[in-house]
Design a protein around this ligand. Structure first.
Ligand code: CMC
Length: 431
């Protein structure tokens, strides 16, 4: 991996240090600074990790300038168009597309684990009825380590595999239960005759009093939303999972940490925040006012669903989701939806505005996912739990990769200390 011929030279206080350079299979070269402190006695400073690679990985590659997202080398638009979520899960977890038998076996293993421990029902019932489903998910997923202690030993590859399958299989059940609980409806058990996405829709929208038929177009849109959110390289929640796991914490605790991080409005919470913003805008004539606010340095308001740390051209997931949004809204006959109208006009206005052009701010995946999810009947509070369930496979795959990596070390960043230097304690009566 190190390119023998390439090194970087760093000069500190007149003394030079040669730093090896790694050449990845794709993407920019990476300077190896691991020995820098030992050799030169200095740290590097990079808040937000804008220029720092935190690990080796073979799972997902993003070229932000070209708007490319690859999982194990396969472009996301091909996966979203030709594959389906569970096949993508297999690809992320094991590195290759499965054969027909491997896929059948994997689907059977997932399906076999969709139910949750019956005692967990009581855990849900301990929450307030008006609890945010995301709050319930953080708690319940963390509590899985109490219900499945037989798959918490991270040093055992078999237990790691079982924990991974359990989380991918049970996350839709947990998310659907968190929803049903908040609307006061009975929990709906998983149906193993349905595919992954249809089963999730059934657990969310079926009621015991009636038959529920899953609409295949909605199920396909759901599956596509899952697929498009499956993994995204070393983003904030994935890095949180890796950092939590670097201490040897159990897998359920690590994924719960990832869910907590995803919740923030700058990350997975943006889909909810985006739809709420579109509703607040209300009518296209108010768009200029909100665009002006987004550009005002003295106003903390940002256009939610716009911009990305890595994509500076286009978010390839947004392109696919835009098509899905049209398809779903057509099917449901909601052409005149005012939120959709605001979304379309806002997109046009922002893409033509010099501020957004110069700063390379484009609609991201969250701009369209909320529109589809709302049309499907999900309340905004379920948008981020759906992102979390879809991202579970990404977290799990990155976690498994990290545990299997012999270079795995506890994550322990350094700091640029700006506080007081040593001083003597003063008794309270003398202060
Ligand atoms: N509206 C208005 N201005 C923006 C926006 C926005 N949505 N996003 C970035 N900017 C400006 C920002 O003010 C800054 O301006 P200046 O250089 O004058 O200070 C410049 O663009 C660069 O922004 P940044 O915050 O330094 O960029 P970042 O890479 O740290 O942040 C981001 C990326 C996604 C957090 C940010 O674009 C944002 O807050 N977007 C809105 C929230 C959102 O939609 N998040 C979902 C991301 S996609 C799903 C996911 O990964 O979870």
């Amino acid at each position: 991996m190190t390119d023998e011929h390439k090194t970087a030279t760093l000069t500190v206080d007149g003394k030079s240090y040669e730093l090896p350079i790694f050449s990845p299979t794709a993407g920019p070269d990476v300077i190896d600074i691991r020995k820098l402190y030992a050799q030169a006695g200095v740290f590097t400073y990079d808040p937000g990790f804008t220029s720092t690679a935190s690990c080796d990985s073979t799972i997902t590659y993003i070229d932000g300038d070209a708007g490319i997202l690859l999982h194990r080398g396969y472009p996301i638009d091909q996966l979203a168009g030709k594959s389906h979520y569970l096949e993508v899960c297999y690809l992320l977890m094991y590195g290759e597309l499965p054969s027909a038998t491997e896929l059948e076996d994997f689907e059977a293993r997932i399906t076999n684990h969709t139910m949750i421990h019956e005692q967990m029902n009581y855990l849900f019932r301990g929450f307030r009825r008006d609890a945010a489903p995301m709050a319930v998910m953080v708690g319940v997923v963390g509590a899985m380590s109490a219900f499945y202690p037989d798959s918490t030993d991270v040093s055992d590859p078999w237990q790691r595999e079982v924990a991974s399958i359990r989380m991918i299989a049970k996350m839709p059940t947990i998310a659907a239960m968190a929803y049903k609980y908040t609307i006061g409806q009975p929990f709906v058990y998983p149906r193993n005759d349905l595919d992954y996405a249809s089963n999730f829709l059934s657990m969310c929208f079926a009621v015991p009093a009636e038959d529920y038929q899953v609409n295949p177009i909605l199920s396909r849109a759901m599956d596509r939303i899952f697929t498009l959110h499956a993994d995204h390289e070393q983003n904030a929640s994935t890095s949180t999972v890796r950092l939590a796991s670097s201490s040897g914490a159990n897998p359920f605790a690590c994924i719960a940490a990832g869910i907590a991080c995803l919740w923030g409005p700058a990350h997975g919470g943006a889909n909810q925040a985006c739809l709420e913003m579109l509703k607040e805008i209300g009518t296209p004539d108010r768009i200029p006012e909100f665009i002006a606010r987004a550009k005002d340095k003295n106003d903390p308001f940002r256009l939610m669903g716009f911009g990305h740390r890595v994509y500076k051209n286009t978010d390839p997931r947004a392109k696919v989701l835009k098509e899905s949004a049209d398809e779903v809204l057509d099917l449901l006959g909601i052409e005149d939806n005012p939120t959709l109208q605001v979304a379309r006009e806002l997109e046009k206005a922002a893409l033509a505005d010099p501020y957004f052009i110069e700063k390379k701010l484009f609609p991201n995946v969250d701009f369209y996912s909320g529109i589809i999810l709302e049309a499907m009947g999900f309340p905004t509070s379920m948008f981020t739990p759906i992102f979390a369930l879809a991202r579970t496979v990404g977290w799990v795959s990155q976690w498994k990769e990290m545990i299997g990596d012999p270079q795995n070390k506890i994550g322990r960043p350094r700091q640029l200390y700006q506080g007081d230097t040593q001083r003597d304690y003063v008794d309270v009566e003398d202060r």
